[in-house]
Design a protein around this ligand. Sequence first.
Ligand code: GLC
Length: 472
Amino acid sequence: MNRRLFLQAVGGAVTVASLPPVRGRVMAAEIPNLAVASGRPKLIPRFADGRDWFFQKRFGMFIHWGLYSILGWHEQHQWRARVPREEYVKLQQRWNPVKFNPDEWLDQMEKAGMKYVCLTTKHHDGFCLWDTKQTKYNTMNTPYSKDVLRMLSDACHRRGVPLCLYYSIVDWNQPNYPNQGRHHELQPQPGDQPDMGKYMEFLKEQVRELCTNYGEISGFWWDMNVDKETHLDRSINDMIRKLQPKAVINNRGFDEGDFGTPERDYENGGEDAMCFARLTEACQSVGTESWGYKSDEDYYTDRHLMRSIDKYLSRDANYLLNVGPTGEGVIPPVAVAILNRVGAWYNAVKESYENVVPATHLTDNRNIMITRRDNTMYVHLHRDPTSETVKLRPIDVAPRKATILNTGKPVEFAVTFAPTDHLDQKPFLRLRKLPVNEMANTVLIVKLEFDDLTAIENMHNKALDKDDIRKR
Ligand code: GLC
């Protein structure tokens, strides 16, 4: 790719014409989010204001919790299983999560190495987890009658944990929301009074409550159904920014927001991209089927989750890993076990993501990712390794020290001529005898400490520049 195309791609001129059209919904990936497969990875510009916490705390916990959790239903069961509204709302009288203890959630989150939380204050079903004055469909009018968001926000503020709020624009309960049977919408229901104007007033008042009554809010996470062509409206995010200047806002609301939200590893062919064209926070659930607690959930493998986390964090992006607490308010044991295993891995390797820059361009080996801090380089084996060796062509300098971050054990390395490099007639650095079979269930990350990595980078950049000029 020449410099012009590279700049175009980084500037966001990537089209996603191949995406299936979804009526009434802007898919997250339609907002240009991809970056480049060659050239040089670019660091996402920082905001230089209070939102920059997002670059310090990059791994967070997503929590989907609501009435659906009581019966272990998918969070969209009401829509997916065509449950009539008058039946679904009866669950409100069963909401009594007596075991909910926000500190236990935060303990679990911190144990897994996560640094921030995002809670579904209102999912598509319209049930609100806070003491809202805009509808009676909320936690106060239940046997529990406590403000769940108050409890969680108090705990977050006490512990210094940034709290982000998920809010569904689609609403299957509020009578003014025009449910028209579009994507993620109910068919019209008895009692509906569709009126988007009135619904927007309702929504704005709810957002105002959320941004006024719960102390500092660090992020606002919109979900669904905004057709930005007809509903571009910056006033809503402007209000959030005024009330909560430290809040980062995602791209699923009424304008393009601060960051993109690729979901469940859906990247539209961006596998080889070395970085993202805009700030990105990927999200993924521990279960393959749903985001809320589902009694018969199918779960991802540990390696799939680690690989997914690594793929984003090593490219200057954030990652939200989701769990769905039960109707009683506890994170289910299977999810706890997954968080503990993935968290043990994360805690061992996290220095390879913290205060680093993406530097995959330093090698032509496209099976690995590289991050870098000063003279330290981290080699991420995020793809299934095909051999016990990793070649780092064109690097031809040996590090001072090489260690497997996962175990702390040393790695054998060599700068010797390999027969497959005969066209170059040069020795290159390779890492050898990696425990790829013994540790096939994880993502290995190797730490390489060089005397002068800057010199290697400069040499490489000169070569890239020459290549660019040659191709122009
Ligand atoms: C998907 C799901 C929705 C969930 C969201 C989280 O859009 O349909 O239920 O809340 O992902 O990103």
